[in-house]
Design a binder for this molecule. Structure first.
Ligand SMILES: [Zn+2]
Length: 259
């Protein structure tokens, strides 16, 4: 399967206090901010509000985004399939238990997931506009997070739900991700006799294709190959921090832009 490559880049964010890689074409073409932080910051959430260096990362990013995004939502992720649809949020920072995906049609609300090998899957219906973001590892994939996310986007964006754009972000590549037969069986429905390579992004793109999402791109970055830039759970033998992937439509409210 050939899918268009779309590379996240520092671009205009190079001077920011938290290093970020963004999809510049989403910003220029759709007015949507979509990106991910690097390994220079750590956004780990262990089922509770961040502490220590992670708290500092969250605070720095919150400050950076305060003008365009007065509110951020994130989940204490569980590799499940819960996708929340967010209306206007008044609290600056909200974390939801057991939530691995978010969608919204609200401006000024930044959707976020934490990752370090798992795939951040960005979704958008630019002409509404509506955006979504999913945390997809093999467990979430097997359980149906992609199907749940696309259903939530379609529910919110009807009747223009044909125009979904999606991007599989920075994650571990197929060459670097070896899994056992039990994982292959659950994700691909195939029987393997021994360890196999699994390309999570390829599997996600196949699912998106089956769901009728045709406008898809994929990141060429790998968290292990490009380990000097990104956190990798596998590459660090479980000692890595977490990157924060995010997507949102900046606030147009003059009151918030004058802060
Ligand atoms: Zn790799």
């Amino acid at each position: 399967m050939t899918v268009a490559e779309l590379r996240e880049s520092p671009g205009e964010t190079a001077a920011s206090s938290v290093e970020r890689f963004e999809l510049e074409t989403w910003r220029t073409r759709y007015g949507i901010v979509a990106g991910i932080t690097s390994r220079t910051a750590d956004f780990t959430l262990n089922g509770a509000p961040p502490t220590g260096t992670a708290a500092a990362s969250w605070e720095a990013l919150g400050h950076e985004f305060a003008r365009d995004f007065p509110a951020v939502v994130v989940g204490y992720q569980s590799h499940g399939t819960a996708v929340l649809t967010h209306q206007a949020v008044s609290s600056p920072w909200t974390a939801w238990p057991d939530v691995d995906g978010h969608v919204t049609g609200e401006r000024g609300l930044l959707l976020a997931v934490t990752v370090a090998d798992c795939v951040p899957v960005y979704l958008a219906v630019p002409d509404r506009p509506v955006v979504g973001l999913l945390h997809a590892g093999w467990r979430g994939l097997a359980a149906g997070i992609i199907e749940a996310g696309v259903a939530a986007i379609r529910m919110l964006s009807e009747p223009s739900s044909d125009a979904i754009v999606s991007h599989c972000g920075i994650a571990i590549c197929g060459d670097c991700y070896e899994v056992g037969p039990e994982v292959v069986l659950q994700v691909k429905g195939e029987r393997a006799t021994g360890p196999s390579r699994l390309d999570l992004r390829e599997q996600i793109l196949a699912r998106l294709g089956r769901l009728g999402v045709a406008d898809t791109t994929s990141s060429p970055w790998c968290t292990v190959h490009d380990g000097s830039r990104f956190h990798s759970h596998r590459g660090s033998h479980g000692r890595a921090g977490r990157m924060l992937a995010y997507v949102g439509m900046p606030s147009l409210d003059p009151a918030s832009t004058s802060r």
